[in-house]
Every structure is written in structure tokens, then in C-alpha cells.
Ligand binder design. Sequence first.
Ligand SMILES: *Cc1c(COP(=O)(O)O)cnc(C)c1O
Length: 393
Amino acid sequence: MDNPLIERMRVYGETIFAEMTRLATETGSVNLGQGFPDTDGPRPLLEAASRNILEGVNQYPPGPGRPELRRAVSRYRSRHYGIDLDPDTEVYITVGATAGIAAALLALVEQGDEVIVFEPMYDSYAAMVTLAGGVRRPVTLRPDPATGRFVFDPDELRAAVGPRTRMVLVNSPHNPTGTVFTAQELEEIAAVCREHDLIAFTDEVYEFLTFDGRPHVPLATLPGMRERTVSVSSVGKMFAVTGWKTGWVMGPEPLVTAVRTVNQFLTFSANGALQLAIADAIDNEGEWVAAQRAALQGKRDRLAAGLAETGFEVGVSEGTYFVMADIRPLGYTSGVDIARALPREAGVAAVPAQVFYDREKEGEHLLRFAFCKRDEVLDEAVARLTAWHHRAS
Ligand SMILES: *Cc1c(COP(=O)(O)O)cnc(C)c1O
């Protein structure tokens, strides 16, 4: 049979992630490619989930999600940001942020609509804009010479808007660069949305993982933005349970209803036993989250210092699980080649950042490393990279 996959999805057939994971496993590499923690989330969360299953919370939860979780989401968004969400109509539970992203793009992007996306971008955005029949208009984040932060040029953002622009997709804290947009940067985006009557879609899954006291500012809190912003977050990064795949879509009723209309036929509902446990953790595990944030900040420092010592030029990470590293000071230019070579030659796996770009050239020389790992794992990775570089030079 000829390839049965619809034509516009064919470019997404073979991802480099699958290849890197296979290489890492084959070579016994330290895997700093995939962004998942190697320690567990808060004990009471895990125990509550197990208990719920044993006590019979095992049938379909309501399609929009358990009311306990929708209310807990509404409470924390109010407590942390002063955003008021009606838990019945403005919060909707999905199978991870991923399903929320998919449903939102399918529900809100018409064939031929343009979506402005900051690149490097999380891989599901590209595929889902395509599946929705939309067209991406990338705006590139580049290191600011003064601060080292990855930032966008407001003129480039403005120039990306055209008559078919429907949506701006914003991920802050940003995977893979670690940039946390400032209130001023967000205002640049908000102004464009207001001026051109655009929908903003925000991915805030790292909302609690910001470092150095930097605040996370939801775009919805800016003037004129609440009514046009639909947001996703999820439990995976918040409580270090990335396999739990439980997320939530938040926004004004018309936008959330649109997402719900599509999602009811994608997954209908998400896991109920987990939802109940997560609701309790959101209310009660604030201290765990604060400790996790502090620990991750230390891990960022640990890995960044090690990579710098090895000779990489290390980007500024203000949040998330990730830091970017430029390979050019080591004498290389192709991140894809180095990422393919590292597992065999060094015993370490990383992701070539090029895969996160539409304009591939922009990210050719960058690798993404995950630091959400135990300290001894990070130290082992740095030791292996250092030894590799000494052998190579
Ligand atoms: C991990 C991640 C997601 C996926 O979240 P899930 O809840 O696991 O589906 C979405 N967006 C970004 C930027 C991520 O890093």
C-alpha cells in the first residue's frame, strides 16, 4: 500500500526524538534528551491516586472533568494571579496539556488561518496547526547579546501579522529556551492581539517552575486579554508526574466551549481517579512545589556550570526543565550531527534544537539539555562530556 497517511502530515512521520531515545537506550547513555524527572511527585498525591482506584473511582468522570479539580484550578489561578474563572464554564479538564493544545487548535483554527508561533517551538504545535489546516508564521527567539536571554524582536512579531492571522501561540515559561516572558514582552504580544483582534493561546505548563524569584505572568492578566485568551496547564510539570497526562483548558466561556465541542469527540474525558488526587495536591502541596522549584534551580546551575566548563556556550534558562547550549565554541556547527554522535562517543543524549524551528538554520548550532535529573546523573553526564571533549581535542 502507498503511504496511507494524509499528505499534510507526512513530514511528521519520523521524529528525531524516537531516534535519540533508541540511540540512548542502545548505548546506555545518560539521557538528558527527554524532559521527565527521575524522582517522584509528592507522596500524598501518589497515595491519594492509588487509594482512589482501590476505593472504586474507576468509571467515566464527567466530560468536562471532576468538579473538585475544576474548582481547585479556579482557586489556584485566583490565588496566584487574581484570575477569576467559573469552574463550571471556564475550566475544562483534558488528557494532558497535549490534548488541550490539539483540541484548541482544531476548534479555533480554520483552514488557511495563520497562527503566529514563537520558535523554537514545542513539537506538538507545528503538527497540530498543520492538522487543523492552518499555516504557521514563526517569530524567532534569539539570544539577546546583553543578557543572553532568548528574546523576540517586536518588529518581527508585528511583521508576522497578516489578514489571515487568527491566533498567537505563546509558551511561557518557554520550552526549550527557558525564557520567561516579562510583563513588558507580554504587553508587546497583547498589543498586537488587541490591535488585530487575535485569539491568544497560552501554554503555561511550567508556570510554577521559574527561577531566581522571577514571576510567571499569565497573558490573560494584561488589559483587554482575558476575553481573548485561552490557556492550558497541566499536572505533569507541576508535580513531576509527566506520565499522568491530566491538564486543563482555561478561558472565557465561548473559547472553552469551542475547545470542549471538539475534545468531547477526541477523548471525551480524562482519568477520574487522578483528577481527584490532583485537586487535593493543588490545594495542599504548595510547599512541595516551592521546594521542587528551588531544587530545579540548583540543577540548572549545576548542569549549566558543567556544560560551560566543557566548552559549550550556555543559554540563560529562567524556568522549565531545559537549558540550551551552543556547540560552536567547541568547533562544531551541526547540532544534528553532534546529537547523533554523542550517545556513541560520549554516552550522553541531548536533543538537537533544530527540530523545534521552521527556519532550521536558526537552531542548527544548538542542543537542548534537560536538567530535571538527580544530581549524580547530571554530574555523570558532565564528566562524560568533559572526557569526550578532551579525547576529541
Ligand atoms: C510537557 C509539555 C507539554 C505537555 O504536557 P502534558 O500535560 O504532558 O500533555 C505541553 N507543552 C509544553 C511546552 C511542554 O513542555
